[in-house]
Design a protein around this ligand. Structure first.
Ligand SMILES: Nc1ncnc2c1ncn2[C@@H]1O[C@H](COP(=O)(O)OP(=O)(O)OP(=O)(O)O)[C@@H](O)[C@H]1O
Length: 329
């Protein structure tokens, strides 16, 4: 929250029904200015419906949502001035250059030629496309196109940037690069980022995450706090002499370990701190040590009883197609 207490995004009892489908069932959350906030959940959880209500593309059935104090229903144009939206599918014109695409958008916003040119230069620099500004976007890679989309979403200097699955379909290296740009962007533009994702690895980059399932927010916190709430780090020691290891663990750390097939397992609150202590005195007959930290999937399993990975139906989801279609309007 900023000093005068206004959240960048404030949602209360937000609900959306499509006939008898309860897509979003009365959710509440606040996003502070400058936060990178992630909405994580399986297909059909209600992420797209939520983002489209926040972007004024879908009217809520009940509840309220405000962007920097402006109501998404009664102050739609003020909300739209405050937000930039980047959809999953490319909506850039492939027969124009990167710069021409942005110039076209700047004219739609009614920006003067001078103002537009200055902003376009800054943004193309920010997303690393200035050198390629005169190339047709048809020649851009998937990652370059996504970066251009992000630059376009930022053209009118929005205070909140909404990204729907910003890295879907990109290779891991390009996904990483997009994340670096998003981080730089947050510094350079003083902006709040709200994104949906079904990649757990991606959600790890967010300051806070809301995990959504069946239209409700089932958990909301920092990635570290969510994982810490699930359980301790699990340590597995491979040894040829489990008796000695178990006795040493009991004597030195008061730990009661389990043994199966010469593998000694136990839990500790912080494995990274514990493992150096384990080796501090030396002399233990250890072949290898493996540590497993709780993952966001463990958080999901704990709350729902099933894995986020299992919740993914094969193929492209219907919801994505709907939001993409809305973006093209
Ligand atoms: N226009 C619509 N008409 C009827 N049902 C809809 C409509 N839009 C969404 N739904 C339903 O609402 C529920 C939530 O869908 P939503 O697209 O918001 O989920 P999601 O988490 O974004 O998943 P996805 O990644 O598949 O889009 C689903 O059961 C979906 O079928």
């Amino acid at each position: 929250m900023n000093p005068n207490g206004t959240a960048a995004i404030s949602v209360r009892g937000l609900t959306k029904h499509y006939d008898d489908v309860e897509a979003v069932r009365g959710i509440d959350f606040d996003v502070a200015p400058g936060e990178v906030f992630g909405f994580l959940g399986p297909n059909g959880a209600g992420k797209s419906t939520t983002i489209s209500m926040l972007c004024t593309l879908t009217a809520p059935t009940a509840g309220t949502a405000r962007i920097h104090g402006c109501d998404v229903v009664t102050q739609g144009s003020a909300v739209r001035r405050n937000i930039g939206v980047v959809f999953q599918d490319s909506t850039i014109d492939r027969y124009l250059t990167g710069e021409q695409n942005l110039r076209f958008q700047a004219s739609l916003y009614g920006m003067s030629k001078q103002e537009g040119a200055r902003r376009i230069k800054d943004l193309l620099d920010l997303v690393g496309l200035w050198e390629r500004r005169s190339s047709l976007t048809d020649t851009y890679s998937g990652g370059m196109k996504r970066r251009l989309e992000i630059a376009r979403g930022l053209l009118h200097s929005p205070r909140v940037l909404f990204l729907d699955e910003p890295t879907v379909g990109l290779d891991p290296q390009t996904r990483k690069a997009i994340w670096n740009y998003l981080r730089e962007l947050r510094e350079a533009e003083d902006i709040t980022v709200f994104m949906t994702t079904h990649y757990m690895e991606e959600a790890e980059h967010c300051d806070r995450i809301a995990i959504m399932d069946h239209g409700v927010v089932i958990a909301l916190d920092t990635p570290a706090a969510l994982k810490a709430g699930v359980g301790e780090d699990r340590i597995r020691i491979h040894t040829g002499d489990s008796e000695t290891v178990v006795a040493a663990l009991r004597k030195r750390f008061g730990i009661e370990a389990e043994v199966h097939d010469d593998v000694v397992t136990f839990s500790v609150p912080d494995g990274e701190v514990f493992i150096p202590q384990l080796f501090a005195d030396g002399g233990l007959p250890i072949d290898s040590v493996h540590m497993a930290r709780p993952s966001l999937d463990d958080v999901f399993i704990k709350r729902t009883g099933f894995s986020l990975r299992d919740a993914e139906p094969p193929g492209r989801p219907a919801g994505d197609a709907r939001l993409r279609a809305m973006g093209r309007r």
